[in-house]
Design a binder for this molecule. Sequence first.
Ligand code: AMP
Length: 190
Amino acid sequence: MTNIILFGPPGSGKGTQANLLVERLGLLHISTGDLFRYEMGNNTPLGLEAKSYIEKGELVPDSVTMGMLKNKLDANPNVKGIIFDGVPRTVAQAAILDGQLAARNAEISALIALDVEEEEIVNRLLERGKTSGRSDDQNEATIRNRIKVYHNETAPVFNFYAEKGKSFKVQGMGSIEEIAQRLADTINSL
Ligand code: AMP
């Protein structure tokens, strides 16, 4: 199995690039943000719990997030590989994910981080907020908090996999196609 973590701050292009990679490589795309939005849209208990965190730009607790992820993995036992988009977002989540994959005789192949300048990110998210319908993209304070949470809680996940020789960085500025090519080159070199 090829299991890739597409990594980077909010607005770095993970979702866009994950969709392209999934088409090209025939992998399963798991976006925890999309899963939460689906639950919120259906007003499930999980969705209602997640909403209170998401609207403030905070992380949903690890136990909730990783329980939801386990259900998604259980529902897709025979996939060629997975693109993880937006997870793991804490070192604790990374350790849990490694355990969930090990239980399936699988492991993370690589973490690929999209490198994008901070001001570019804020602009991209505000722009996306005009059409995405996402309340967490429409408020600059929430956006800044998401970036702060990324630096404090999520960035260490890069080192967690770097210690295993699995972390890579890709320039995340440029056209969608240029960035897709850089990602494909990195994956082909694994
Ligand atoms: P995203 O679509 O990946 O930007 O996620 C939107 C929001 O969902 C985030 O700002 C978090 O509040 C929540 N979220 C998504 N993935 C996770 C995760 N792995 N851990 C905790 N919270 C998450």
